[in-house]
Write a protein that binds this ligand. Sequence first.
Ligand code: 26W
Length: 812
Amino acid sequence: MFSDKEDFKQSFSEKLETTLGKKVDSATETDAYRALGSLLTDEINKNWLKTNKHYQESKEKQVYYFSMEFLIGRLMGNNLLNMQLLNTVRNGLDELGFSLTELEEKESDAGLGNGGLGRLAACFLDSLASLGYAGHGYGIRYKYGMFDQRIIDGYQVELPDRWLSKEYVWEVRRPEEALEVRFGGEVEMVEEKSGALTCKHTNYEQVRAVPYDVPVVGFDNETVNTLRLWSAEASEDDTLKKASKQSDFDNFLEHKRSLEEISEFLYPDDSHEEGKRLRLKQEYFLVSSGVQNALDNFEKLNLPLTTFPDHAALHINDTHPALLIPELMRILMDERGLGWEEAWDITQASVSYTNHTTLSEALETWPVGMVRSLLPRIFMIIDEINERFCQTLWERYPGDFDRIASLAIIADGHVKMAHLSIVGSHSVNGVAKLHTDILKKREMKIFYDTFPERFNNKTNGITHRRWLMHANEPLSALITESIGDQWVRQPDRLQDLLKYKEDTSFLNRLNDIKQEKKEELTAFIKDYSNITIDPSSIFDVQIKRLHGYKRQLLNALHIMHLYNNLKANPNFNMTPRTFIFGAKAAPSYHFAKKVIKLIHTIASVVNNDPAVRNRMKVVFLENYSVSMAERIIPATNISEQISTASKEASGTGNMKFMMNGAITLGTMDGANVEIHDLVGDDHIYTFGLSSDEVLEYYKNGFYSSRKVYDEDDRVRHTLDQLIHYSPFSKGETEFQDIYDNLITYNDEFFVLKDFASYIDTQAKISEDYLDTRLWNEKSLVNIARSGKFSSDRTIQEYASEIWKIEPSGILK
Ligand code: 26W
């Protein structure tokens, strides 16, 4: 590794020459970015080799985290941070006439995920490597990630995300490790002479799964784990050969395309299951290649198969990779010759499952016919798992038809993936205390009553390296200067900051940093959206996927309400605010798209009205992404976490904001409840129905949004503006659907019910913000208490309680 700045400059210049044939003075920023990437991967590869060799020789247990999504964002800054090279490289580049920040912008933002679940997987990989655990990711190398969002006339338009059109410097294609995955065909059980049954699978279609490895660099240690992303390619199988021999070129191309389509794009739906055949193909493609690969790794150790669970943990991120269970059974039985019981014990002991949502529309079920025709052998195995499971239930609860029917894996012509996941694994966890309680008491009660020992909670976390050390360098520096650097390895030590609660000069510096970040964001917004905002106003931010339950609509209606107040009374007392949104809507989610249009309409009314524009501004940032979040979060004062209580399993944005000193305005939902427990009433703003109240309303049906509308003038006035002539509706019917959702269809997410308490809480915030000292103190308490939400803590819990692994000997 280069020892100092001069050494770096030398190596960098050589790299430019040897790999790109360029001199420093003629190199473009993209050239410089590529040379830097190549220089770093040279270094990374040394530890990567070392790590792999160590894992192989020590025979340590390996964790394989299966996920359809890894929302990694950019890696350059993060890798430099973890390699402890940020300053050397930044200064060296400066002297050569390049800016590191500019080079970082050249990297495409790897958007291989929708939102929370995908970003969590990326944070987990960072923590696994940084804590020196042997943990790897298996995912899909989608050619197109999360769509590019464009806003045209206030409407969302989706464009393909061509993230691979630039060379991706971090991946290594490994064609020599490609595997085959089979679809379709017929299966037949054939009796051998010995009397044993073997499975004969014919007429299948074969796809080649080619791995692309991305190194996962640990923080200041020698661990480099692997994120292995599979890409689908046509294999040289019979069909292909036949088609090309017949010089039936069209056929050949069509066949090739149909196979490669498997890793073509990421499904852009979160929280809504569509039941598409191609999606099922993607899921099996991931699982089959990953399981084959994990077993191959294990077999290199030359140990008896029954010890597989001592050497491998297979984790499924939500139910999307649940076919891993029958796939592992298939390989163990059909290809390794084990009997059912043996194979089942191995499977159950290796697999664990995380649930990320209780929304019923997000629960995966697949039509039996689709599973049977696409994956005939897998279906047979699922069917058998179901039969045997129902049989044991029958023995345990004789005559209890209702229980057995509601636990079955196959019912109503569908395979229920959550049931398969619970039955086939030894651990089921929720992602925040409240969420796990809801799973145990309601959503999965009957499973919990049957297998209480399987259920546990693992409250989510975020990597403090990316979200604090990298995203907010000045704040990290202030923290280290004040309490030393132990918090970097033990984020809980952030609590030591509490001793500065009364320290005026510390609080002022905290304030200065927030201000600096707000000014940077102000400049970015001017540049990106051409909107001028006031950096001294309250930055009130809601950035997350657009969904009914996340209630961006509540935020939007509040802005309309404030605008009305300001118009009606120019002396209306209000601290200036900037409302910032970032959100993508699923392409087929009509309501969510209407809310985007509404926010844009509000923005154009508010931002163009001279009477209010010095008091409030509304900004919708197009194409919200991980790298954009890194700019916005450090600059935020108010973190909007306003989901309908019981609906947001955890939330992880809430944690990122807290760690950067924003104050949460939230419902008692997901991990907000745990934030509240940590900071206490004085350092968070909570409002609205509790989850028990919400669930009770769903049960008894007593909620009437019409009644709220009739009784509350503020609600009525604001809602009427959606459909009657107003600056927002301009007499058109654009927002009729939103109105109908709230009134005609009785407001599924209790927006109107919570409106009054939301307005009141926002008014209190406006007032409190004026007391700068008090505000900074709140901010400090949030930062100081945020250590619990480092994903290092979360990963340590998974490691010791679910995966049963210890940090590997590779730690420096
Ligand atoms: C099959 C369609 C589909 C796709 C994705 C259904 C459901 C999902 C995910 C489960 C949605 C998701 O990202 N859930 C979020 O997971 C985060 C990490 O645990 C939580 O913090 C969020 O509260 C939860 O909504």
